[in-house]
Design a protein. Sequence first.
Length: 254
Amino acid sequence: MTQFSANLGFLWTELPLPDAIRAAAAAGFEAVECHWPYETPAEDVRMALHETGLPMLALNTVRGDAGQNGLSALPDRQEQAQHAIDQAIGYARRIGVSKIHVMAGIAQGAKAHDTFVANLRYACGAAVAHGITILIEPLNAHDAPGYFLNTLAQAANIIAEVERDNLKLMFDCYHVARTEGDVASHLQEYLPMIGHIQFASVPERAQPDGGDLDYAEIFALLDRLGWDQPLGAEYRPSRETGVGLGWMQTLRAD
Ligand SMILES: O=C(O)C(=O)[C@@H](O)CO
Ligand SMILES: [Mg+2]
């Protein structure tokens, strides 16, 4: 049966993170994930996870200064990028997170590629002893102009070059639909390298029961393919988060 993870970077953002975890549990989510939890004491998050029994699946490395969207592909920022990776691993260990999205940043060209590969090797090396998987995520140019990582093929090349078992693809159906189309075929093609899947309606990035992409079909396909990890609901609610959750019943494959 499909399971869902509430992305608390977009859902229940009006609540402090520990209360957002409680709201997600009360709404029936099987897991949570977040973007940048660093201002919330890890102990408060750990307590809320313990109290609700929900796992926190993933978090992101910091974006960096205003206007940046990650540091790991920025030539000449390697020290800060590795500090961000260490910070994410430290926080993840305190709350029991097993996946970290290492954000590339706004960059392009061969030097950015080499820097990203080097920082990902650093991240994988630092994470492996703690059972943590590193994720990279292609973002579409409409939402993330100038972002270094845009396509599944680019991500697959980087994963092959880094050559570490704990480096995986974050497959965000919304970004893939906006950039490359045919989400169903791409899911099947890239399944072996996927570490986490996220979703939102296309093109609005709202609840998944609207828009151009039929998530009932996508979730049924994932079920048939044997995907058994919670899928990340990473959308911007068009109303209050708690009143737009009917899709959890109507789209769930079982
Ligand atoms: O924007 C997305 O999509 C994400 O998954 C974030 O983690 C990165 O901004
Ligand atoms: Mg995403």
